[in-house]
Design a protein around this ligand. Structure first.
Ligand code: ADP
Ligand code: MG
Length: 361
């Protein structure tokens, strides 16, 4: 957890040195007050990028030449990053230079933009599964990268074959690689999807009693949930690739494989994508994010810091109450809202580049 956060020239904060509570921290203030900026700083420390800006320079307070973000964790470690124009970033742990300190602080972030998780295409849903796997199974990162590399090579070759710059024989070499790595990626995703999906269903039932959330992993190899063991899947993938080859040469793109995986999300048997209300979609995404956090916690033993940006708005009273019950329990959370509400461990009134524990008069 974050015991203390220090910001210098980050977004609208010239200088901030702020202790936080172990439970739920509610950040209150009008639009543009600087609430999301706090969550953004925490996310940046944990993940190494901003959830809303691709460029580090955007994070520098207007007129300054760089920023610094640091957190003291409850284990009394200090994790920090500085950024300066031209020089770039420098990370440190306890004052010592660190190349890649991600993983020391784990977070789960939810903002209104995450509605794309249920409204948008499958890539966001694959990303959620991969995010959990990347933290829990170091092998997954390696195999996913190897798969994506083989995929890019095969796609390039498909276009060369079509243009008669290359023969078909080489395709098989890349297909062997796709099968080798793709089957592992598929089986790990399918296992974590079942785990996270089951947790999401339970959490969702608490948020929206009477509505049933179900998540089904749909393999890009078989078009359905894979049966569980590697050997038949390997065979099915190799056969499907061989069968699809003529169409794929025509399209210049590999049509089968885990890069086409999806995770289908239904409420009461209907796809949320076309049928859910805004509030129902939000509730489902929240359940998925809380499930992501619970899955990480069950493996690492400590719950990731939960960052909930503008989640309480747009939920009805009983769902808001359920969110509070879920977040005011275990672990540390940061929530933003335009109004004080619930019984968080601490309330901060945000404005003017400062956090106050009392509303300004
Ligand atoms: N690089 C920057 N330098 C100075 N101020 C910034 C910078 N980026 C954003 N801001 C200011 O931060 C405020 C938005 O903060 P934000 O945390 O998104 O607000 P909210 O409380 O609505 O979540 C705006 O007033 C904006 O002008
Ligand atoms: Mg905001």
């Amino acid at each position: 957890m974050i015991a203390r956060l220090h910001l210098r020239d980050f977004r609208c904060y010239a200088e901030l040195d702020q202790p936080f509570a172990a439970g739920a921290n509610l950040l209150v203030g009008p639009n543009g007050a600087g609430k999301t900026n706090i969550l953004e700083a925490i996310y940046f420390l944990a993940v190494g990028r901003s959830p809303r800006s691709a460029r580090d320079a955007d994070l520098v307070r207007q007129g300054a030449a760089g920023f610094a973000v640091a957190a003291e964790t409850d284990g009394a470690h200090r994790l920090g990053v500085t950024y300066r124009e031209h020089a770039g970033r420098a990370w440190s742990v306890d004052g010592k230079v660190a190349a890649n300190p991600f993983g020391l602080l784990t977070v789960v972030f939810f903002s209104p933009d995450d509605l794309w998780l249920v409204k948008g295409g499958p890539s966001g849903r694959r990303a959620l599964l991969d995010r959990v796997l990347l933290q829990l199974r170091p092998l997954h990162a390696e195999q996913l990268a190897a798969y994506e590399d083989a995929l890019a090579q095969r796609n390039a070759l498909l276009r060369d074959v079509k243009a008669r710059r290359a023969g078909r024989a080489m395709l098989e070499v890349w297909e062997e690689q796709l099968v080798e790595y793709g089957v592992g990626v598929t089986l790990r995703r399918s296992a974590i999807a079942a785990d996270v999906g089951e947790r999401a269903r339970t959490l969702h039932a608490r948020l929206a009693p009477g509505e049933d959330l179900s998540c089904t992993y749909v393999s890009g190899i078989t078009g359905k949930e894979p049966a569980g063991t590697a050997a038949p899947l390997r065979e099915a993938f190799a056969a499907a690739l061989a069968e699809a080859r003529p169409r794929e040469i025509e399209r210049g793109f590999t049509l089968i494989g885990p890069h086409r995986d999806d995770w289908s999300i239904l409420v009461n048997g209907l796809p949320l994508r076309g049928f859910g209300s805004q509030g129902q979609q939000r509730t489902a995404v929240l359940a998925l994010k809380l499930a992501e956090r619970a899955a990480l916690e069950s493996e690492t033993g400590s719950p990731p810091v939960l960052l909930l940006d503008d989640v309480l708005s747009e939920l009805d009273g009983s769902r808001r109450e359920a969110v509070r019950a879920l977040t005011e329990g275990e672990g540390q959370a940061f929530l933003t809202s335009t109004e004080p509400e619930g019984r968080p461990a601490a309330v901060f009134f945000v404005g003017g580049g400062r956090l106050r524990t009392e509303p300004s008069p």
